[in-house]
Design a protein around this ligand. Structure first.
Ligand code: ZN
Length: 95
């Protein structure tokens, strides 16, 4: 899903999540229902890619000075499937 931005002349900008490539030129405003024009001033956001990227970069930066120490394998998920093995824990003994 992509976040597209539309602008209502009366109520201002609002975001709409739509499948990639399916954004119409106009979308009903959530406040007044009139067709709001799509704004092209910003690039469409792919999900919350920026937030995830920032979280990964922060984690990498933090691991330089505060590395996480793993003493045991994480527990099994509630649905019973094992998580994909991580290269960081591949050398640890398996239960
Ligand atoms: Zn409106």
């Amino acid at each position: 899903m992509i976040v597209y931005q539309f602008g209502c002349p009366d109520h201002g900008p609002f975001d709409v999540r739509l499948p990639l490539g399916s954004a119409p030129a106009r979308h009903p405003c959530p406040d007044c229902g009139l067709g709001a024009v799509r704004r092209w001033s910003t690039t469409p956001l792919v999900g919350d890619a920026r937030a995830r990227r920032t979280a990964v970069l922060d984690h990498c930066e933090r691991s330089r000075t505060e590395p996480e120490v793993v003493h045991r394998l994480p527990g099994r998920p509630a649905h019973g499937r094992r998580p994909a093995p991580s290269p960081a824990t591949a050398h640890l003994p398996r239960p």
